[in-house]
Design a protein around this ligand. Structure first.
Ligand code: CAA
Length: 380
């Protein structure tokens, strides 16, 4: 077993680290406060090839491996988890699925601009009445000549206002449960397609999340991904891929909490010495470091398995489940170590907790990950 990164992986990680420090960190606090989308940062990420990292150069992507993607996601999310999720959705939930299942038409017209980062993507599966129970889609698509007419509502859509292309799952045959769901690409500006107001979220506030509404929205037949009735399988396979993205985001937040705690505990004095000299603090830091490392290894394992063409569904679910729980735990410990200062905005750790919580919810809750893991084990 080889735990060493290649020169290229180290270079990509270091580029992401440097970019995060110089370009993302200076505006992170203000964007969080104002809930402001990082438009200029996303443009610069595109110039680095970070919006289509794993897409083949044949489709204008950067052709990097999944381990490099995970490392870059960790570094970006360590500084700003909002930027992390914007990047993750475009890379893993949108580009990945389009490259794997899209027609030549879709790859040429949608994947290429997404991979270049000129256009932004969103993934619309969840609905007001269908979150974890994703087969219960109510959005309906009815065929009309060479178009399909969509009616319904999606919600909790990351990049919901800023995206240009939306992958939308809809029922095309209610009788067939999940085998009656189809995936479509809907372009921003299509008649009958509007979005709701930006949600006022607890965390990842600088990413935009909103609902989408479809009222007699006509989508051309050629915008169907894979084929009619394959939309649920498409969504599940895409989410399997997305989960190491969110796992990496969570590892990034856990790393940030750890670093902030180490720094603060060497500065803050109590009972006549720096608090780092107290065993109560030392034990917390040891546990935070151990858990972060374990989360990182699980995440890189899932990414490496994917790169090796090996099964990775169970491992990606484990990575997402474990890393998200570590992100929350580390953020809570970081606040405890900072005491009252951890509870106010002057220090960054309160944001880490607000940002961490969503990683236990989106792209499959912790409970869904336990279903995916246990099914894989019991079926083997
Ligand atoms: N990978 C691949 N295929 C899978 C799968 C997986 N992990 N899980 C289920 N499937 C397939 C099954 O093989 C089956 O296909 P076939 O009939 O062709 O064999 C089909 O899906 C239906 O399977 P089940 O009958 O077992 O489905 P279920 O209803 O019992 O459970 C579930 C499925 C795993 C609970 C699923 O509904 C699920 O993953 N729910 C969570 C949805 C989710 O993650 N939502 C996140 C929203 S996206 C988001 O957050 C985006 C964002 O903006 C950040």
């Amino acid at each position: 077993m080889n735990f060493e990164l290649t020169e290229e992986q180290i270079m990509i990680r270091d580029t992401a680290r440097e970019f995060a420090q110089t370009e993302i960190a200076p505006s992170a606090v203000e964007r969080d406060l104002k809930g402001e989308f990082p438009t200029e940062i996303v443009k610069k990420l595109a110039e680095l090839g970070f919006m289509g990292m794993m897409v083949s150069p044949d489709y204008d992507g950067a052709g990097m491996d999944t381990v490099s993607y995970a490392l870059a996601m960790m570094e970006i999310s360590k500084v700003d988890a909002s930027v992390g999720v914007i990047m993750s959705v475009n890379n893993s939930l949108v580009c990945f699925g389009l490259e794997k299942y899209g027609s030549d038409f879709i790859k040429e017209n949608f994947l290429k601009p997404l991979a270049r980062g000129e256009k932004l993507g969103a993934f619309a599966l969840s609905e007001p009445e269908a979150g974890s129970d994703a087969t219960q889609q109510q959005t309906l698509a009815v065929k009309d000549g060479d178009h399909w007419v969509l009616n319904g509502t999606k919600n909790w859509i990351t990049n919901g206002q800023s995206a240009d292309y939306y992958i939308v799952m809809a029922q095309t045959d209610r009788e067939k449960r999940h085998k009656g769901i189809t995936a479509f690409i809907v372009e921003k500006g299509t008649e009958g397609f509007t979005h709701g107001v930006k949600e006022d979220k607890l965390g990842i506030r600088s990413s935009d999340t909103c609902s989408l509404n479809f009222t007699n929205c006509r989508v051309p037949e050629e915008n169907i991904i894979w084929e009619v009735g394959k939309g649920f399988n498409f969504a599940m396979n895409t989410l399997n891929g997305g989960r190491y993205g969110i796992a990496s985001q969570a590892v990034g937040i856990a790393m940030a909490s750890l670093d902030a705690s180490i720094k603060y505990s060497k500065e803050r004095k109590a009972f006549g010495t720096e608090i780092a000299n107290h065993q109560a603090i030392q034990f917390k830091i040891a546990d935070m470091a151990m858990n972060t490392e374990a989360a990182k290894l699980l995440t890189l394992q899932a990414a490496a398995l994917k790169d090796a063409g090996q099964p990775y569904i169970k491992e990606a679910a484990m990575a997402k489940l474990y890393s998200s729980e570590v992100a929350v735990k580390n953020a809570l410990e970081a606040i405890q170590i900072h005491g009252g200062y951890g509870y106010v905005r002057e220090y960054l750790v309160e944001r880490y907790l607000r940002d961490a919580k969503i990683t236990e919810i989106y792209e499959g809750t912790s409970e869904i990950q336990r279903i995916v893991i246990s099914r894989a084990l019991l079926r083997d």
